[in-house]
Structure formats: structure tokens, C-alpha cells
Design a protein around this ligand. Structure first.
Ligand code: CA
Length: 752
């Protein structure tokens, strides 16, 4: 009887195999776009289309047809990675059981709203289809503010897996799951084993890596599974993953040194489990943020996270009573259990509590979690009534806050690292000791390198440059990314704008003996791909054009897509006074610096600003620099401001700007009649400010304007001589300002 049954099954399987291996299935080898168009309309179940290796320029690919589970319609590359899709290109899938693999999208951008879209148009969607082993690398619209998706999932039962997605710089979510019609809801999509590489800080809202749903459809269930993906330096904005729908599962993903959090922004009944967050104490690394009903957060591992407020290692939000669909629904029935928080600096409970967000969490539990902090401090901050969260059986090594002490056992716990490198308390509390993290090597494709995102200064070769402008220009032209140019002593009178479109270091062979002047409106212009580091130079404006508005350095005037870095140390800058409004550094409109750092330089006689970083006039929160650092510099006779740094708007999606000014000497700054801010330092909407140990004389005051995001400002241990006290103003929040001003000495003028 048993044998007959097995025999019968085998026959049935063979019959179905014969039926599915349709004799009419064709294999097409396609050599050009026209050949593809010729066959694209008549693809049948079981057909395979292979694209010839090479670069396919301006290729809008539509793969449509009705495949079957056993006989899908397949589009692939002659060799994986051998087919480059470039120029204005995209891929759309429509129909059933379609599979695409092996393509590389680079050196171009999509002319439509997505690079890869699981639909042809509003009516023709893809189902049961798969995109696998695809690369999308820096396939950016050249207009940074032009929004698109790189992958947009519509329909149902689709899969994106083993793909390598890196370098999105323009606006818009990298991967979006859309629920905007019934056929795309309860979709059971699967996103797994993808490598999400570097996404630079976008500098305003719109830099999420993955979003599932939108607020509009957020009470609909999505049932999307996000599993075994690797998120590395996905730094776009405060939300790495923004869940805006119900019943999703986010399981066993790794977040490595990624700024931002996995946020349950809208929608109910999501399961977040077995994820691993490794921050390595990188600024703004975050974990999980809980909002809405019926969320399950269990068996996750979080270590070395520094983020705070909505970007904390762990956040439970307050809600808005009877919240509109796009605001904050109250946390109700959240289960938070068996998670490990190791050196997570901040766990914020009832976060965002204010007049609007006044509904604290209810019916929730926080149990069997392990909280270890080697800093000597517990990580909790409580912003409202948290009696709606019941704490039990948690283990902690520091004294917890008194009102939740009942739910914790405090003890020193001997931890061990398991074979995945994760700390474990061997089952006493926290994540399972057998939890394994998803490794980078298990994600993406094997045939495309997962490179370091940025070239470091000084990582290339060093070239000697003889003392002439033409030698300098030629050396810059010939240098490779990461190279260093060492300038012989002498005077370089540069007749042309020097374009910096790679990572370059320029230094004097003998400190202070390489002098640069310039005959154009700027000496250096940093363009896309450019980063500049200067050391030991002497720069003057004495041969600059006699016109207003020169700069020593500027970033590309408009339309800059890439973030950049600028560093200058041990240099002198003088005589920027041939005409008015001569800045040392001027940002281009919409340009964004990851870092501007000035250390131990001397600036003298400047008619404009040192750092002019306030190109934003629209108040959309599109600011110009993330980290601005001034250490041990001397400024004298500066008619404009030392720094103007402006971040407008009311959105709370950004981390910065950050401003640090320590140990500088300022003599006579900000008093010029064209300096409309009437300040020696003007900071608007800056999120983190530290001004310490500076001596400021005969200057206009420091002005700080707070807007949104609970900015942190500290002005301490400075001397202000013949200079008004710093002015801090709250522009959005009622009440006194929140800055810390401590131990500053305001003294009357001494003899000049
Ligand atoms: Ca956002």
C-alpha cells in the first residue's frame, strides 16, 4: 500500500513536470534594445531572455507576461554583473511569475518615479514575481531634490532578494512597499538577504532606506516579511525603516553603524524580532521606536548605540488622543520582551510627551530584558506617566529609576560573547544566547564588491609639486582619488578656478612657505565627488578680482548631489578685502557638507564671512552642513560673521547641524555694515551647539536661534570682552530658552 502511494505521487510529479516544461518555451539571446522590443510582447510561460554582456544605454525595460509557478518568465544577464544598465533607464514588471536577475544599474538614473517597479502602470501590477541578484549603485537623479524610489513594490507575493543597493543620494525612499490599492494590500512580499550599503545623510526629510506603506493606508495590513538583510551606514535620516502598515515581520536583520532607527511609525500588530543593532558608539546610531497598537518587540540585540530622543536605542512614544491618521497613535498592548540592551545610552519612555502628545503607553509589558551599561548610568529617561507599562523580570547592572525599580533585578552579570559575537547572559534574561546575526557576506551578491563608502584623505600617493601655478594645476588634474600634493616653497598665482572633483590633500612642504593667490572669483571649487584638505598653506586675496562676493573656496554653486568634506589646518588666510563680501568659504545652493573642520588657522582682514552656510531661504529644512568644527583658530578684522549656519523649517527628521567652536580667539568680528545678522556667529535651527573656551573681543554678539527638535546648546567658559552677551532665542517653543550658559565672562573693553 505504502509503495503504491509513493509510486502514484511520483507519476503525478512527472506528469506535472512534463506539462510545465512546456515544449514551446523559448530561450532568447538578445543583443540590442530593438531585439528586446521585438520579443518582449510575446513572452510565454517558461521563456528565458538573456541580455548580452555590455553597457545598455537608455534602456527602459518592461518585462510582462503570464508565467507560472513552475515555468516563470525569466530575464537575466549573459554573465551576472556583465550587463550594465546605464543612462536614463529603468525596469518594470507586470504579470505573473516573472524573475529578473544579474543586472547592474549604474552611471545613470531613472526617467520615471522608480528604477525598479513591480508594475507597468496603475492597472497592471506584478504578482508572484522576483527580483534577485540585482545591483543598484549610485543611480541618482542629478537633481538631489528630485524624488524617486529605487525599488517600488506593488501587487502581491513579490520578492526582492540578494540584491546590492548602495549610494542613494537624491530624495526619496530607497525601497518602498506601496499599499495604494486593494491588489497591493495583504501583499505578503518578502525582502531578504539584501545588502543596503552607504546612504549618506540626506540633510532633510526623505532619506529613509525602507518604507512599508504610507500613513494614508496605515490601518491596512501589509504582511511584508523583511528578513536577513544587512543595513550598513544607511544614514539618510532618523528613520532607517519606516513601518506605516500592519502585520509586518522584521526579523533577523543587521544594522551596522547605521544612524537612525527602525520605526513603527503607523500601523498595528507588527513583529520585530531577532534583529541585531551594532552601533560601535557612532553618533546617532539608534535602535527601535514603538508607536501604535499590538506591537511585538522580542529577542532583539542592541549594542553600542548613542542615539537620543526619537533616535534612541529604544523609544516608546506618547500618542495623541484620538489621533489623526498622520500623527501619533497611542501605544497600546505593546509586548517588549527578551531584548538585550548593551551599552545603549538612551531608552526613552513616553517620549515626545507634550500638550499634543499627551496619551502615554497603556496595557503594555516590558519583561525579561537585559540592560547592561558599563558607563555607570542606567539608560532610562521617562517623560510621562508610564504606569501603563508593566515591568517584570528584567535584569540590569545599574540602579534603575525608582518608579520602575519593582520590575528589575539589579546585579552584576557575567556576560559572554556567543559565536556570533553577541553578549549573552546565558538565558537569564535578554536575547537568546543562540541568536545569530545576519552577516554582510550572506547578503547582496558575491560578484560585486561591498566597498568602503568614502575615500579617506591621504589614502593615496603623495606627489611633489614645484613652485608654479601651472605645475599645481597639472598636478591636480593628474592626481587620483585620495592623493596628496606637497607644494614646494614659493608663490603660486593661480589664473584659473581649481575644480576639486576627487578626494585631495594639498599641503606645504615647508609649513607656511607655500603661498597661494588667485585671479578668479574663487581659488577652489568643490564639485560632485570632491573633498578637500589643506595644510600649512598661506592664502591671500591680494590678486583677486576687484568685485564683490569672492570666495577662497566654494562648493558647486547649485545642483550638487554628493556630500563633501572640507578640512583646513595650520594655515593663514589674509587680505580678503579687495572688495566687500569676500568670504573665505561659501556654500552652493543646496550643497551639503558632511564635515567642515578648521583647526589652528589664522584669518586676518576679511570683508565677508569665514563660513557662509546659510543658502536656505525656503525653510524646508534643507541645510548645508552636518558637522562644523572650529578649534584653536585666530580670527581678526572679520567684517562678516565667523559662521552663519542655517537650518530652516519645522521637520524633525534630521540629526544636525552640529556646531563646535572651542579654543578660538576672535578680535573684531561681525561689525561690518553689510553683515545683516549683526552677529559674529549666527546659528539658526542648529541641533547641537558647543561654544567653549573662546576669547571674543570687540565683536558683535553670538546669536543662537532655536527652532524645533529640542536643540542642545552649551555656551561655557568663554570670555566676551567689549562684546555683548550671547543671545539665545526660542522661535517655536514657548518659555525661556533651553541653552546652557555657564561661566562666561562678559567684560568691558580694555584699552585697545
Ligand atoms: Ca522620514
Amino acid at each position: 500500500m505504502r509503495i503504491v502511494k509513493v509510486y502514484g505521487l511520483t507519476i503525478a510529479l512527472l506528469v506535472s513536470l512534463c506539462l510545465s516544461f512546456n515544449l514551446t518555451a523559448k530561450e532568447y539571446f538578445v543583443e540590442n534594445k530593438q531585439a528586446y522590443q521585438n520579443i518582449a510582447q510575446r513572452l510565454k510561460a517558461g521563456d528565458t531572455v538573456t541580455l548580452k554582456n555590455g553597457v545598455w544605454e537608455n534602456f527602459e525595460i518592461l518585462l510582462s507576461g503570464q508565467g507560472t509557478e513552475s515555468a516563470p518568465i525569466t530575464l537575466t544577464a549573459e554573465t551576472k554583473g556583465g550587463v550594465i544598465i546605464s543612462g536614463q533607464s529603468n525596469l518594470r514588471l507586470a504579470g505573473q511569475y516573472l524573475v529578473v536577475s544579474g543586472l547592474v544599474f549604474k552611471n545613470g538614473y531613472t526617467p520615471t518615479s522608480a528604477v525598479i517597479e513591480f508594475r507597468r502602470n496603475k492597472n497592471e501590477l506584478a504578482f508572484n514575481s522576483r527580483v534577485t541578484e540585482i545591483v543598484i549603485d549610485n543611480f541618482n537623479n542629478p537633481d538631489k531634490q528630485e524624488s524617486d524610489y529605487w525599488v517600488a513594490l506593488y501587487g502581491q507575493h513579490n520578492r526582492l532578494d540578494h540584491s546590492h543597493i548602495v549610494g542613494k543620494r537624491n530624495k526619496g525612499v530607497t525601497v518602498a512597499v506601496r499599499l495604494n490599492n486593494e491588489e497591493s494590500q495583504q501583499n505578503y512580499h518578502r525582502l531578504d538577504h539584501n545588502y543596503f550599503g552607504y546612504r549618506p545623510t540626506f540633510g532633510s526629510n526623505g532619506g529613509e532606506t525602507l518604507r512599508i506603506g504610507t500613513s494614508h493606508y496605515s490601518l491596512t495590513d501589509s504582511h511584508t516579511l523583511v528578513e536577513n538583510n544587512y543595513f550598513e551606514h544607511t544614514n539618510g535620516e532618523v528613520e532607517i525603516i519606516s513601518i506605516k502598515s500592519g502585520k509586518n515581520i522584521i526579523r533577523n536583520n543587521t544594522f551596522f553603524e547605521a544612524r537612525g532607527t527602525l520605526t513603527m511609525r503607523h500601523g498595528n500588530g507588527n513583529l520585530i524580532e531577532e534583529n541585531v543593532f551594532i552601533g560601535n558608539n557612532v553618533p546617532h546610531t539608534g535602535g527601535i521606536r514603538v508607536i501604535n497598537r499590538d506591537q511585538f518587540v522580542r529577542n532583539n540585540y542592541l549594542e553600542g548605540l548613542t542615539g537620543y530622543r526619537f533616535g534612541s536605542g529604544f523609544t516608546v512614544m506618547n500618542g495623541v488622543p484620538d489621533s489623526p491618521i498622520n500623527r501619533y497613535h497611542q501605544v497600546d498592548n505593546a509586548t517588549i520582551e527578551n531584548n538585550t540592551f548593551a551599552d545603549v545610552q538612551h531608552i526613552h519612555l513616553a517620549a515626545g510627551s507634550d500638550a499634543e502628545r499627551s496619551a502615554p503607553p497603556v496595557n503594555s509589558v516590558f519583561r525579561n530584558n537585559l540592560i547592561i551599561n558599563t558607563s555607570g548610568k542606567h539608560p532610562f529617561s521617562v517623560f510621562d506617566d508610564i504606569s501603563g507599562i508593566t515591568f517584570s523580570n528584567n535584569l540590569i547592572n545599574q540602579a534603575p529609576p525608582a518608579d520602575i525599580e519593582y520590575g528589575f533585578k539589579r546585579q552584576e552579570i557575567a556576560l559572554q560573547r556567543n559565536d556570533s559575537g553577541l553578549l549573552t547572559a546565558n538565558g537569564k534574561a535578554g536575547a537568546s544566547s543562540s541568536l545569530q546575526s545576519t552577516k554582510k557576506s550572506q547578503t547582496g551578491v558575491s560578484w560585486y564588491p561591498k566597498k568602503a563608502p568614502e575615500t579617506a584623505f591621504g589614502s593615496g600617493r603623495t606627489h611633489q609639486v614645484e613652485a608654479s601655478a601651472s605645475a599645481l594645476l597639472m598636478a591636480i588634474d593628474k592626481a587620483q582619488d585620495g592623493d596628496t600634493l606637497e607644494l614646494a616653497s614659493g608663490h603660486y598665482i593661480v589664473p584659473k578656478l581649481i575644480v576639486i572633483d576627487k578626494t585631495l590633500t594639498v599641503k606645504a612642504r615647508h609649513h607656511g612657505k607655500a603661498k597661494l593667490s588667485f585671479e578668479r572669483t574663487a581659488l577652489f571649487e568643490i564639485r560632485d565627488g570632491g573633498n578637500l584638505s589643506l595644510h600649512g598653506l598661506s592664502i591671500t586675496g591680494q590678486y583677486s578680482p576687484d568685485a564683490a562676493g569672492n570666495s577662497v573656496i566654494r562648493s558647486q554653486k547649485w545642483g550638487m548631489l554628493n556630500n563633501y568634506r572640507f578640512v583646513m589646518t595650520d594655515s593663514t588666510v589674509s587680505d580678503l578685502n579687495i572688495n566687500h563680501s569676500f568670504n573665505f568659504f561659501t556654500t552652493g545652493k543646496g550643497a551639503f557638507a558632511d564635515q567642515i573642520t578648521l583647526v589652528n588657522n589664522t584669518f586676518n582682514q576679511v570683508t565677508g564671512d569665514i563660513l557662509s552656510l546659510d543658502s536656505e531661504i525656503e525653510d524646508l529644512g534643507i541645510y548645508n552642513a552636518e558637522y562644523v568644527t572650529l578649534t584653536d583658530n585666530t580670527f581678526s578684522q572679520i567684517q562678516g560673521a565667523i559662521v552663519k549656519l542655517y537650518r530652516g523649517g519645522t521637520d524633525e527628521s534630521t540629526f544636525g547641524p552640529h556646531f563646535d567652536m572651542t579654543g578660538n580667539t576672535v578680535d573684531t568680528a561681525g561689525n561690518g555694515k553689510r553683515n545683516k545678522r549683526n552677529a559674529s556667529l549666527f546659528l539658526h535651527g542648529v541641533q547641537v551647539t558647543n561654544i567653549a573656551n573662546n576669547e571674543v573681543r570687540h565683536s558683535a554678539p553670538v546669536k543662537v536661534e532655536h527652532t524645533v527638535g529640542e536643540p542642545i546648546t552649551s555656551i561655557t567658559n568663554n570670555v566676551f570682552e567689549d562684546t555683548s552677551a550671547p543671545q539665545v532665542e526660542e522661535l517655536r517653543m514657548p518659555g525661556p530658552h533651553t541653552a546652557t550658559l555657564h561661566n562666561n565672562r562678559i567684560v568691558a573693553s580694555e584699552k585697545r
